[in-house]
Write a protein that binds this ligand. Structure first.
Ligand code: SAH
Length: 463
């Protein structure tokens, strides 16, 4: 390690910068995040730098840096974009005792400025000693996505509980309290407002609890249509913290691999009409793990609120006194329309949209066929493979035009995605061609957008 990372106290201290152009401005933006007192030396500053000075937030001296200007400043930035001028100012600053950074000149600098993820007071500094700035940026982007935007506020509020949390036994009890503050209760409370009260109540509960085994929690999480990049950041975070992941058949391995290595992964796959884990058994599994103190992630394909039997699982949690929350996901219909370049609603065509199931507890599901048969009607039909012929018949019987466009999208969002363009007249045949066990959704009233060449290439045209 050639450069040692430290966090320097700058509150009320002087920082001097030479230069008044774009490079100087970029550094100034960063320095303005601190509470340092900043002075800029520039013979001809840009309008943006002048505007900053006009706000009073920085001091501006309209000439080049001269001996005696550094004063008590600890840090000096040479940002004149001119090698000779930078070297000259750097020499002055160094002689007068400041640590010097020459922008984009690592070799001639005393320190370098890291890439920063700012969740003040939580700050992450990333340095590669100039070896891989692109890598630093991508690590920064990863962390930006991973750390909640409100983390700083939460940390500040949490800090006010530091001394009262000493009431908890050191070690596991304290760790569990803080983990819950930062991973679960805190982020949720910040979103809803009232984080102080929530953390206070949490501390009370933890203090009162004699057994260190605290109650678990169940997150009912939407895993999206399959592409791991279509997971929400919240879903990812839940997976990061899960002790137990209970998942449906539709959730691909790649997503399960995002869970912690120590997490217990339990498949409870359900398949159309086929044999599968009974819902009661799934409920029992969820509840028993949560009761043993585990953070359970119940991971469901798409969005958990759409044909997901969510309410039964929530009721089971409630009956058992287990806390739960729902994390939405991208539903299959959204991924499917994206694949054909269409909208689910369109001004002048359809002002409403139906999400239908092909079968319900009684078998083939009945719907408002008359409304569905009207020109312009759009519906996304889930689990419609076995009932495609029935749906086709019902629509025709209620006067739907045989040539109404229909798209059948299998494995939406996955590399194996396949789109079949058909019409109501050819619906059953198009669906019959989709392989057994592959999820497919029927988009009634929507054909693939013809203009998209790449799409047209991978689309099979039928009936
Ligand atoms: N909660 C899920 C739906 C569960 S019902 C969601 O919001 O997407 C299961 C049905 O969803 C499947 O039979 C199929 O019709 C549809 N489905 C789920 N994932 C799909 C995908 N990647 N491609 C096409 N259809 C999908």
């Amino acid at each position: 390690m050639n450069h040692f990372p430290i966090f320097l106290a700058l509150s009320g201290r002087d920082v001097v910068l030479s230069g008044g152009g774009e490079t100087a401005l970029a550094k100034l933006r960063l320095l303005l995040k601190t509470t340092a007192s900043i002075t800029v030396y520039a013979a001809s500053p840009s309008a943006a730098v002048v505007a900053l000075a006009d706000t009073g937030r920085i001091g501006l001296v309209r000439r080049a840096l001269a001996p005696g200007d550094i004063g008590a400043a600890r840090l000096f930035y040479a940002a004149e974009d001119d090698e000779k001028a930078d070297a000259r100012s750097a020499a002055i600053a160094r002689r007068e005792g400041a640590l010097v950074n020459i922008v984009d000149n690592l070799a001639a600098s005393d320190f370098l400025t890291p890439a920063i993820v700012d969740r003040d007071p939580v700050t992450v500094a990333i340095g590669t000693e100039g070896a891989a700035p692109v890598l630093a940026r991508s690590i920064k982007a990863d962390l930006e996505a991973r750390l909640p935007a409100q983390l700083g506020r939460l940390a500040r509020i949490a800090a006010t509980f530091r001394s009262s949390a000493r009431a908890l036994a050191p070690g596991r009890a304290r760790r569990r309290f803080w983990a819950e503050v930062f991973e679960r209760a805190g982020p949720a409370a910040i979103e809803q407002g009232g984080a102080e009260a929530a953390i206070g109540a949490l501390l009370d509960r933890h203090t009162r609890e004699t057994a260190p085994d605290l109650a678990g929690h169940v997150d009912l999480v939407g895993a999206g249509p399959g592409d791991p990049e279509l997971l929400t950041l919240k879903a990812r975070r839940a997976l990061d913290g899960a002790d137990v992941v209970i998942h449906d058949r539709l959730v691909p391995q790649e997503i399960l691999e995002l869970a912690r290595r120590e997490a217990v992964i339990l498949p409870v796959g359900k398949q159309g009409f086929g044999a599968s884990a009974r819902q009661e058994d799934i409920n029992d599994l969820i509840v028993s793990h949560a009761r043993s103190g585990a953070h359970v992630v119940r991971l469901k394909g798409g969005d958990p609120t759409i044909f997901g039997r969510l309410d039964e699982e929530i009721s089971a949690c409630e009956a058992a006194g287990v806390s739960w929350s729902v994390i939405p996901g991208i539903t299959a219909a959204s991924a499917a329309v994206a694949s054909i370049g269409q909208s689910l609603t369109q001004r002048g065509r359809n002002g409403s949209l139906r999400l239908l199931t092909g079968h319900d507890i009684r078998g083939f599901a009945e719907h408002d066929w008359r409304a569905l048969a009207l020109p312009g009607a759009v519906a996304a039909i889930y689990m419609g493979k076995r009932s495609a012929r029935f749906i086709q018949g019902r629509l025709m019987m209620h006067g739907a035009a045989a040539q109404t466009p229909v798209s059948v999208v299998e494995n939406a969002s996955l590399p194996t995605q396949k789109v079949r363009a058909a019409t109501i007249a050819g619906l059953a045949r198009a669906v019959e061609d989709t392989p057994e066990g592959t999820p497919a959704i029927i988009l009634l009233g929507l054909g693939p957008r013809a203009a998209t060449k790449a799409l047209a290439d991978q689309i099979e045209r039928l009936g």
